[in-house]
Design a protein around this ligand. Structure first.
Ligand SMILES: N[C@@H](CCC(=O)N[C@@H](CS)C(=O)NCC(=O)O)C(=O)O
Length: 268
């Protein structure tokens, strides 16, 4: 008996939108289940035991199988549904480039989500009267280093981050940038310094599946924000935990002190 795939997610989550777009791109049918990560529902022992020990989304349920981590979800679906080879690479070389990208992004661009988180969500969680400038700086630092790599390495010689065809890596990168775009996190001046990144973002945004996934997100989140910016967060989120990164760790991000003027240089 075949059971329907269940997809546990939240629309504000970049990794959730990434795996979602992969399903939309490949016409994979699934049942949508929003997990309200603004409450502590996903931190209960029951949730962790049943779905994911980290309490995070996205989670794919295929019968008794539980898949978490968005890239693992993409790979699982790619194999299960024998999706077109370009998504994860047709040759060893192409597959390796996608592998390198998804490893790299998890420690860099993904953590740059801190710039969005500390600007948009943190005031709703902790109160608008608090000063998050130090945390925001950390987020911006990682974000700007990452978009520098996107511009000068990943997109230097190709239309997509891993070559001339779209891969899962583009979806992962795109949904990080969608949040920054939606939240006006990156100043125009900085976008203008990254013309390849800008052109790539527009290229990926043109895809019908990008529009479907992003419009849906804008609709849901936009509605909440228009209603007065009061997402009832009652807890820390993973992005917040993830941006607690310091120089000297194995992610290669330098101490802020060592490059204290980096953010102002990028924004100059
Ligand atoms: N490495 C994970 C990250 C997933 C993640 O950060 N999920 C966040 C939403 S963006 C979450 O579930 N936060 C709630 C929590 O940590 O309790 C992936 O790529 O799937």
């Amino acid at each position: 008996m075949s059971s329907k795939l269940r997809y546990l997610h939240h629309p504000a989550s970049q990794p959730c939108r990434t795996a979602r777009q992969f399903m939309v791109e490949n016409d994979i049918a699934f049942e949508d289940e929003v997990v309200d990560i603004t409450t502590n529902i996903n931190e209960t022992q029951e949730f962790r035991d049943e779905y994911n020990p980290t309490g995070q989304v996205p989670i794919l349920c295929d019968g008794d199988i539980r898949v978490w981590e968005n890239v693992a979800i993409g790979r699982y679906l790619n194999e299960k549904f024998d999706c077109p080879a370009h998504w994860f690479g047709a040759t060893l070389e192409e597959r390796t480039r996608v592998n390198i990208y998804v490893q790299w992004y998890a420690y860099t661009l993904r953590l740059g989500g801190g710039a969005f988180h500390w600007t948009i969500f943190a005031p709703m969680i902790y109160g608008k009267d608090k000063d998050f400038s130090a945390e925001r700086r950390k987020g911006y630092h990682v974000l700007y280093e990452s978009i520098g790599m996107m511009e000068n390495y990943w997109l230097k010689n190709s239309d997509y981050v891993c070559g001339d065809e779209i891969t899962y890596a583009d979806l992962a990168a795109f949904h990080e940038m969608v949040s920054h775009h939606a939240g006006n996190i990156i100043p125009e001046k900085v976008w203008d310094k990254h013309p390849r990144l800008q052109a790539w973002f527009e290229r990926v945004a043109e895809r019908p599946a990008s529009k479907a996934v992003s419009d849906w997100q804008y609709e849901v989140i936009g509605q909440i924000l228009n209603d007065g910016l009061e997402i009832p967060f009652s807890r820390r989120t993973a992005v917040l935990k993830g941006t607690e990164v310091h120089g000297g760790q194995n992610n290669g991000i330098p101490h802020l002190g060592e490059k204290d003027d980096f953010i102002s240089q990028v924004e100059a």
